[in-house]
Design a protein around this ligand. Structure first.
Ligand code: AHR
Length: 529
């Protein structure tokens, strides 16, 4: 049964007179813009149809890449894209996806048991990244590939010397070396990446770490490079990511971090460790993406906030082995993994996206921002048409999901400096779930502007928040608010603007700024003195 927020029978006990205090003169950590990163895997219409349509398509494209999708992604300033998987990364052989389209290799893709034509390969991915103004995170094949294959891939992408592989790249249309900001050493090593123990994985990772080098002159001098020039530390060097734990598997984290700490100081084997944590109740593909009730909504809000506990569990272990926080924690797969209900093949993982997804995205991004000293990248799963996506396509039609709008509203937080805040709000209660009604983050951007993101979780009660700033009188706040008639409202191809942000402005009265937050909403405002 559909339940309207305004019709809900169970009253919540939210209180009024909430307040938020912030002191802009006590800045916190930088919110790395890569926290707003994306993930695009060869699953269903995640690449084919969603990003790649081919140059001969009637869908407007530039070099085979959908122009409408590129335009939408540019607007959210996607900082980084992880590719080609996921599980698919450990089955991917890069040579099958370079060269003339007619000579690409057809393979089985187990995601849906369909033919992978390899039409979207390295050069197409790099073209895509360049078109959307982003950076590349390449996930290497550590499961079924070889160390030499990975080393060759890096050489193909990054060398500026006229090697055979560089000449091949030039023949394929790209003379200059590509930038590869991150590489991942495999994916989910404990599962689809090879069913390895942490020890087995680390033994393999070592060889990849030593031989898979970035040769781009602007990005060299990480890892083993430092053996050749120990003084050549490069802040722009490629970052190398170990495939880390799932959910609360702290034993995996412990094993990896112990080995990282034991490696010789001149040879750090990885610069970051990944964490995967999806939100679901009874396993992937079980929770409805639409037509759900308030109890489901409250459960997902609670699970989203639980990301804090998951990150804390892992960071406590990382802090033990790496108190200087040299190793980043990157949550390179997360999101609401729901019942696939809008594609014929359930293994295409194509699901609808509601206001609930937008609200949980905001709560999760807030958690990452609060952990910005350790969490320096995240990649929501996934960018287009797969799991909690930014964009849904259907042939030539395209729509922006509620989650997309959150990423758009949060752009000012990219590389901004977190400002610690204290929130005194009421509670939102549903059955045995008891959450703070309001969740929020504040930050100062590079231009000195102050931003506040506020989520009112309560689906029934609005909230009036008094803002208290030390050392600054705020005269107004201006920005956008995202809400909808119901928590399960979605954007459809025949109604694409059911959940879209609306402008909002608050003005101080008697030196007091009151922010009125509608129920089940996310508000992002710039504070002006
Ligand atoms: O995102 C879908 C899949 O979920 C990825 O391929 C895998 O890494 C994870 O289990």
């Amino acid at each position: 049964m559909l339940i309207s927020g305004a019709m809900l029978a169970t009253p919540s006990l939210a209180e009024q007179n909430s307040s938020i205090r912030l002191n802009p003169s006590q800045p916190g950590h930088t919110i790395n813009r890569d926290i707003f990163g994306q993930f695009a895997e060869h699953i269903g219409e995640g690449i084919y149809g969603g990003i790649w349509v081919g140059e001969d398509s009637k869908i407007p494209n530039v070099k085979g890449i959908r122009a409408d999708v590129v335009k939408a992604l540019r607007a959210i300033k996607v900082p980084v894209v992880r590719w080609p998987g996921g599980c698919y990364a450990d089955q991917y052989h890069w040579r099958e996806g370079v060269g003339p389209q007619s000579s690409r290799v057809d393979r089985i893709n187990p995601w849906g048991n369909v033919i992978e034509p390899n039409h979207f390969g390295t050069d197409e991915f790099m073209e895509f990244v360049q078109q959307i103004g982003s950076e590349a995170y390449i996930n290497l094949n550590l499961g079924s590939g070889t160390v030499q294959e990975a080393a060759d891939w890096l050489e193909y992408m990054t060398t500026d010397l006229p090697t055979t592989l560089a000449k091949q790249r030039a023949a394929n249309g790209h003379t200059a070396p590509y930038r590869v900001k991150y590489i991942g050493f495999g994916n989910e090593a404990w599962g689809c990446g090879g069913a390895m123990t942490a020890d087995e994985y680390f033994a393999r990772l070592k060889a990849y770490s030593v031989f898979a080098l970035n040769h781009n002159p602007q990005q060299r001098f990480a890892g083993i490079d430092l053996l050749f020039d120990r003084d050549a530390h490069n802040p722009h060097a490629m970052q190398r990511i170990a495939a880390g734990p799932n959910d609360t598997d702290t034993a995996f984290t412990e094993a990896l971090m112990k080995k990282w700490a034991a490696a010789p100081g001149y040879l750090p084997l990885f610069d970051a460790m990944s964490l995967h944590h999806y939100t679901m109740t009874r396993g992937p593909m079980s929770d409805a993406s639409q037509d759900f009730d308030e109890s489901d909504y409250a459960t997902f809000a609670q699970l989203a906030l639980n990301m804090d506990r998951v990150i804390t569990l892992h960071t406590e272990i990382m802090d033990t082995y790496d108190p200087q926080k040299k190793v980043a924690l990157v949550v390179d797969e997360w999101g609401n993994w729901l019942k696939p209900d809008i594609a014929e093949n359930p293994k295409f993982l194509k699901q609808q996206n509601s206001l609930r997804d937008a609200i949980t995205a905001s709560l999760t991004l807030n958690v990452f921002a609060r952990h910005a000293d350790r969490v320096r990248m995240s990649n929501i799963a996934q960018m287009v048409n797969v799991i909690q996506s930014m964009i849904l396509t259907d042939g030539e039609k395209m729509l922006l999901t509620p989650t997309y709008h959150i990423y758009h509203m949060y752009v000012p937080f990219q590389d901004a400096t977190l400002i610690p805040i204290s929130i005194d709000s009421g509670r939102y209660r549903m059955d045995d779930i008891n959450l703070p009604q309001i969740d929020a983050i504040a930050a100062r951007d590079a231009n000195g502007k102050l931003w506040l993101a506020l989520t009112n979780i309560d689906p029934v009660d609005s909230a009036d928040i008094t803002l208290q700033l030390e050392g600054m009188v705020v005269k107004s706040a201006k920005g956008e608010v995202l809400t909808a008639p119901r928590v399960d409202t979605v954007n459809r191809f025949d109604e694409p603007a059911a959940v879209v942000p609306k402008p909002v402005k608050f003005t101080a009265k008697n030196s007091r700024l009151l922010l009125s937050l509608p129920p089940k909403s996310v508000t992002v405002v710039e504070l002006k003195g």
